[in-house]
Design a protein around this ligand. Sequence first.
Ligand SMILES: [Zn+2]
Length: 122
Amino acid sequence: MYELKVITSFCAAHQLKNFRGACENLHGHNWKIEVCVVSDTLNEAGIVVDFGVLKKYVNAIVGSLDHKYLNNLDPFKNQNPSSENIARYMAEQLAIELNSPTLKVTRVTAWESESVCATYYP
Ligand SMILES: [Zn+2]
């Protein structure tokens, strides 16, 4: 099995409802996002998929979140824009674009600081 990983980042603001603690107040993070896809197949060029293609899809989703107040965006109107939900949202969106019989999005990790992250496995 081959695993490819794309790492990117975005800055945004959020606040967590139904939560007691610092994150209930409006604040921001510089999220680091790691996206992993796997395949057991290589093409004639000896690659799973062009990294540029992966980055194009990842950057499109990240671009829709960057420098936004996440609570106001449609995907987070009915659920907190927690790192957990950000990771799941990205995984689900990327799976729609990228999953094929030979390629699967296997996990997305959202780091909200140097020391804490949430990973979603579709
Ligand atoms: Zn936060």
